[in-house]
Design a protein around this ligand. Structure first.
Ligand SMILES: Cc1cc2nc3c(=O)[nH]c(=O)nc-3n(C[C@H](O)[C@H](O)[C@H](O)COP(=O)(O)OP(=O)(O)OC[C@H]3O[C@@H](n4cnc5c(N)ncnc54)[C@H](O)[C@@H]3O)c2cc1C
Length: 390
């Protein structure tokens, strides 16, 4: 078995993994990203890309001045005691800072939503806008030869076999024969797309989650962060109670990756595992998921399964595994994030919404190794690292 060593190994290349990798690199650490599929981007690349961070640097500009207190009231009303105050506050205090950090140091650029009501607009503390931000349109041509390595968006977000469109574009395309402004916008889109298709398999004007993943991927390329595709992490290496690396499959061979500082598990959720969806979701979800089929919350034979962690609203996969693990701290996390309870109507509910370990991490709690931010959408950060802490 061959060996390699880095400061930080990041497993998974969605927003959480890429953000963690970028942060580690910006802070001067050597990083390797391993991704089990042939694509960078995970669910993030096919998602809507909307990021919910109250009191962000755009809220006021969007006409919705916000405060931690108001957002905390909202979370208290909506999430209740399924997440601790400590976690809610970590999310609310560190979320805007994480977004600022990424915007300052990487190609991530976002636009605030002027009108985008919170999911529970009648709840105390809710806002009608300003809390959600969207990644700005990204030019996929900037990825050069790596464009094909970015996971393509869902067909539902494209027209004409590969041109990404948002609601603004759809409005103009539908009115292309009716208004001059729509004609101009529509023709510009079509001309760009036609030119793209002479060179690329799909349009290069990227929107939504594809723009988010594309922007983070571009930043990773610019920083020269190495990444391995088709390289599933199979298990963690544990010595003296600490994770010291992982075994990663690459080109059909096992490679031992030793880490000096830590392993970040950003492997997403298990939306493509119908059984666990059935076990953990309050209502029957059927066989299908829009997420990549690789997002099964993979269950290699040992190690990594214990601390598997992700977003997708299914990040409790990690907790589920951890609940069975022998580690006291992991079990405590698991009990917190994975608590199932009955709601008033007798439905099984998941505890700990937005209460993942990253909030703790952001608050500096526990023994989690230091990545100060999430990349996860909604900032329920998936990255969770166990490493050589000093
Ligand atoms: C259609 C759709 C729309 C959505 N829209 C929104 C939205 O607008 N706003 C929002 O907040 N959320 C949205 N979501 C949810 C959101 O996309 C996810 O919660 C988020 O992208 C998860 O990010 P992540 O980095 O944790 O995981 P992912 O982006 O899924 O990345 C995990 C990566 O880890 C890789 N991996 C897994 N196991 C291993 C292993 N053993 N070794 C190596 N690599 C591994 C996977 O292949 C994957 O590439 C949407 C989801 C979908 C499907």
């Amino acid at each position: 078995m061959s060996e390699t060593a880095v400061d930080v190994l990041v497993i998974g290349s969605g927003a959480a993994g890429l953000a963690a990798a970028l942060t580690a690199s910006i802070e001067g650490l050597s990083v390797l990203v391993v991704e089990k599929t042939e694509y960078i981007g995970g669910s993030t690349a096919i998602s809507g890309g909307g990021i919910w961070i109250p009191n962000n640097n755009q809220s006021e500009k969007c006409g919705h001045p916000d405060s931690i207190a108001e957002a905390k009231t909202y979370l208290d009303r909506v999430v209740g005691n399924w997440s601790s105050d400590e976690m809610k506050l970590a999310f609310l205090e560190k979320g805007p800072a994480a977004l600022d950090y990424l915007e300052r140091n990487t190609d991530l650029e976002v636009t605030g939503r002027v009108y985008s009501p919170d999911y529970y607009p009648d709840a105390e503390g809710a806002k009608l806008g300003g809390r959600g931000v969207d990644p700005k349109v990204f030019d996929g041509r900037l990825l050069g030869a790596h464009f094909d390595e970015l996971r393509p968006p869902l067909a539902e977000f494209t027209v004409l076999g590969g041109m990404m469109v948002n609601t603004y574009d759809v409005y103009h395309l539908l009115g292309i024969t009716k208004k001059i402004a729509s004609f101009k916008h529509g023709m510009k889109l079509l001309a760009r797309y036609a030119a793209d298709r002479l060179r690329y398999k799909r349009g290069t004007r990227l929107l939504l989650g594809n723009a988010l993943a594309g922007r983070l991927f571009k930043s990773m390329l610019d920083r020269g962060i190495p990444y391995w595709l088709n390289a599933p992490a199979k298990r963690l290496i544990v010595a003296d109670g600490r994770v010291t690396g992982a075994i990663v499959s690459r080109d059909g061979r096992d490679v031992q990756v030793d880490v000096r500082r830590g392993v970040v598990l950003a492997t997403g959720g298990f939306p493509s595992d119908p059984k666990r969806r059935r076990d953990f979701m309050p209502i029957e979800t059927g066989m299908w998921s829009m997420s990549p089929s690789a997002n099964t919350g993979a269950r290699p034979t040992s190690g990594i399964d214990h601390v598997h962690c992700g977003l997708n609203g299914f990040h409790h996969a990690g907790a589920e595994g951890a609940a069975r693990s022998g580690d006291r701290r992991q079990r405590a996390d698991a009990e917190h994030t994975c608590r199932l309870r009955e709601d008033k109507r007798g439905h099984r509910q998941q505890g700990g919404a937005c209460g993942g370990p990253l909030e703790k991490l952001a608050a500096g709690g526990g023994r989690h190794a230091g990545t100060p931010l999430s990349g996860g959408l909604c900032l329920r950060i998936a990255a969770r690292s166990y490493g050589n802490h000093r």
